[in-house]
Design a protein around this ligand. Structure first.
Ligand SMILES: Nc1nc2c(ncn2[C@@H]2O[C@H](COP(=O)(O)OP(=O)(O)OP(=O)(O)O)[C@@H](O)[C@H]2O)c(=O)[nH]1
Ligand SMILES: [Mg+2]
Length: 448
């Protein structure tokens, strides 16, 4: 058994997580009240339901989920919603109903302190009911005060209770490039990234601006794009990550193996996610792709969920999960090695990793698709996103604007300097490795 425990923090985190449970429950035919639907298909018996659910009595399941917020209205919506039985006991709202006023420090320290013990106890209890945990997933926005501050407090706690032995995957929402939702979002994001770099083994960021643009290009019949459409995209991708351990396939891969293959250096833990074709109610791509067409998607960056990612930078590592009943692994592997050869010639791939692409196959396609490929890549071009955050943070921090909101909650100025230097170091490393500087230096020292 390999279990995943998912934690949604703050409004954005909770809403995406809720959508996630709707998608995975639909995929494995668990009804909204947690009961198993009658299944004739013998393939169904091969699905590992325990990845996401605990069987509380015969054919009745509870999600391995946790939702927490400092305000109760989003939690109340879930506890009154269709999936309330699936999530019973997993909902936490602060005993004091107060806003974080978008301030990370309130989520992490003042108000977060009031709720974190209860949540930690719940998570420890969840862990005790698991046989062999695959990973923890944390879904949270870094822009407001709760997803960032409380999200990082929980990340820190989970790391400490299991001494960093379990895999922690963060799905953080980054600020938009075009408009700000609040003026503190850059501080909140950089302070959160300090914890994510330290304690998360893998992070797959997204931002609303890019999600909207993907929706505009890929959806049909949507009059007005809403959060629910964006949440579907993120939740759909998160669900793909666990397809390899939920459904039968020729080559299944755990999240731990995936992280080991994709992350060559500690700080290189930020991955881009792409999914082709996008399928589901609003996405009009139910046609089948050939193996070659699926492999060609490896180098497209149009469906990534993060803005400010430009082409022409180096790929470090890639992972492709192919989903569908009749995918020929031979054809996929031939196309991949051909393309890899060409890319190496053009120096679009890092030269110092010999075998930089890992592949996995799952027989069950996402609902509404005939086949699909989900790609995770460690792409050097992500340094632009971090450089932009560092520059914006510096502009505010040198003038010390808005700092008093954080200091009056007990934070100290050195925490800001440390967070800044941690992110600057990450930018530096991404730049350094992507240009193969280290490789060349080592090379020359050998020659000497
Ligand atoms: N994609 C998506 N973004 C959302 C959703 N709800 C809010 N956001 C965005 O997420 C960012 C942070 O907002 P919230 O999630 O409400 O913040 P929070 O984590 O609850 O923190 P507070 O400031 O304490 O409310 C803002 O930029 C919102 O625009 C959602 O359902 N989906
Ligand atoms: Mg909120």
């Amino acid at each position: 058994m390999r279990e995943i425990i998912q934690i949604g923090v703050g409004q954005c985190g909770i809403k995406i997580s809720e959508k996630y449970w709707e998608i995975v429950s639909n995929e494995v035919d668990i009804a909204s009240n947690g009961t198993k639907k009658q299944q004739e298909d013998e393939q169904y018996d091969k699905i590992s339901l325990d990845v996401h659910y605990e069987e509380v009595k015969e054919d009745v399941f509870r999600a391995r989920a946790c939702f927490l917020d400092l305000e109760s209205h989003v939690i109340d919506q879930i506890s009154n919603g269709a999936y309330r039985d699936l999530f019973s006991d997993s909902l936490f709202a602060s005993p004091i109903q107060s806003s974080t006023k978008n301030i990370y420090a309130i989520g992490k320290y003042s108000l977060g302190e009031l709720i974190h013990q209860e949540v930690t106890d719940f998570i420890v209890h969840q862990m005790e009911k698991c046989e062999s945990i695959d990973s923890f997933q944390l879904v949270h926005s870094l822009c407001g005060g709760t997803g960032s501050g409380l999200g990082c407090l929980i990340l820190d706690e989970i790391f400490n209770i299991q001494n960093g032995c379990q895999l922690m995957v963060s799905f953080p929402q980054f600020p938009r490039q075009d408009v700000s939702s609040n003026l503190l979002e850059i501080y909140n994001t950089v302070l959160s990234l300090d914890t994510i770099i330290e304690f998360a083994d893998m992070a797959i960021p997204f931002d609303n601006q890019k999600l909207i643009s993907v929706c505009e290009q890929q959806t049909c019949y949507i009059e007005e794009i809403q959060f629910s459409h964006l949440n579907y995209l993120v939740a759909h991708s998160i669900s793909g990550l666990s397809a390899g351990i939920r459904f039968p396939g020729q080559l299944n891969i755990s999240t731990r193996k995936l992280a080991t293959n994709l992350i060559p250096f500690r700080r290189y833990s930020f991955l881009l996610n792409q999914l082709y074709p996008l399928s589901g109610k609003n996405f009009n791509h139910a046609s089948s792709f050939t193996e070659r067409e699926l492999v060609d998607c490896f180098w497209r960056l149009d469906n990534t969920f993060l803005s400010n990612i430009e082409e022409q930078e180096k790929f470090m590592t890639l992972y492709g999960l192919f989903r569908g009943r009749n995918i020929s692994t031979g054809e996929v592997e031939q196309s991949v090695s051909q393309l890899l050869m060409n890319k190496r010639k053009n120096k679009e791939f890092s030269e110092w990793i010999e075998s930089s692409i890992s592949l996995a196959y799952c027989n069950t396609p996402p609902k509404g698709a005939i086949n699909s490929v989900q790609i995770l890549s460690n792409y050097a071009g992500i340094h632009r996103v971090f450089t932009d955050l560092v520059n914006k943070f510096r502009q505010q921090f040198t003038r010390k604007s808005y700092l008093h909101y954080y200091l009056q909650e007990g934070m100290e100025e050195f925490q800001f300097s440390e967070a800044l230097s941690n992110l600057t170091e990450t930018c530096f490393e991404y730049n350094q490795y992507s240009q193969d500087v280290l490789f060349n230096q080592d090379d020359s020292s050998v020659e000497e």
